[in-house]
Design a protein around this ligand. Structure first.
Ligand code: SAM
Length: 284
């Protein structure tokens, strides 16, 4: 089967299988060979790697991954794409296609089964409607994953690597930066996909930390505080935490903790670094 990273061969495959794009699955297929090569380079995929690809589509990026990796596990939700993938990947014997919803899969068990529990590299052009749940699942499950190189909406990539006191900074920035070092690699214009999406995209690499950069005794408590802080973004941190359902912390305790950290009691959550949130979580 010919290489798919161009419009002509992609259209030929779509026509051969009478395939219709499903909006509900966020199906926008890459048709630019340059971008595909740059993703493989950004992910630093090599012969020793076992790669998990989320959403292979018709197998465009999967072909590039198979050329470069030792093993590729491609998880696709749309069962109509499975016969297409059998065809487009027929030249490769290092690829396994699984018809499943990635959000329902046990990634730790998968890593055990396909890579003896050793870390996987995740590479994906993600369905944008579930970008955040997929990333959070990969992190929060503590599955053996070394890095996540993903195409996401440009604005989402910006939020993941945003720093305090900027408009993009929020709960997603802090969650990602707790687990990984995010690096936007390059931007991808809408014209590189078929069909063309309404937004521009970016490839971001999240290199997972072996240990998070801050130590907390209770991760869940840290994230409850972060979510409460950004739930009412324009309010002071004291009011956001005091009003948060489920936290039940006295105002005096919050003020005391902020003073101990040398922060004003009128500070907003968006001004705090991850380290300050971690210290706050230990105090309240
Ligand atoms: N990798 C292909 C490419 O770059 O051309 C396709 C990328 S397309 C943006 C996203 C793919 O993810 C689609 O094939 C879609 O069917 C699949 N998908 C959507 N939701 C999924 C889920 N929950 N689990 C696994 N795959 C999913």
């Amino acid at each position: 089967m010919a290489s798919l990273g161009n419009p002509t061969n992609t259209i030929a495959v779509l026509q051969k299988y009478g395939f219709h794009f499903q909006k509900k699955y966020g199906q926008n297929f890459l048709i630019d060979a340059n971008i595909l090569e740059n993703i493989i380079a950004a992910a630093e995929v090599g012969r020793e790697d076992c790669v998990l690809e989320i959403g292979p589509g018709i197998g465009t990026m999967t072909q590039y991954l198979c050329e470069n990796a030792r093993k590729v596990i491609a998880v696709e939700i749309d069962k109509k794409l499975i016969p297409v993938l059998e065809d487009t990947l027929s030249n490769y014997n290092n690829c396994t296609v699984i018809n499943a919803d990635i959000l329902e899969m046990d990634i730790t068990a998968l890593a055990k089964q396909v890579n003896q529990g050793n870390p996987l590299k995740v590479v994906a052009n993600l369905p944008y409607y579930i970008t955040t749940p997929i990333i959070m699942k990969l992190f929060e499950s503590h599955a053996p994953v070394e890095s996540i190189t993903i195409m996401v909406q440009k604005e989402v990539a910006g939020r993941m690597q945003a720093q305090p006191s900027t408009k993009d900074y929020g709960a997603l920035s802090l969650a990602v930066q707790y687990y990984a070092n995010p690096q936007v690699k390059f931007l991808v214009p809408a014209g590189c996909f078929m069909p063309r999406p309404n937004v521009d995209s970016a490839v971001i690499k999240l290199t997972k930390y072996i240990n998070p950069p801050v130590a907390v005794s209770n991760e869940q408590h840290l994230f409850d505080i972060i979510h409460a802080a950004f739930n009412q973004r324009r309010k002071t941190l004291v009011n956001s935490l005091y009003n948060a359902a489920g936290l039940s912390i006295e105002k005096a305790a919050i003020c005391y903790a902020l003073e101990k950290l040398g922060l004003s009691i009128s500070v907003r959550g968006e001004a705090l670094t991850l380290e300050q949130f971690a210290m706050l979580a230990e105090l309240i």
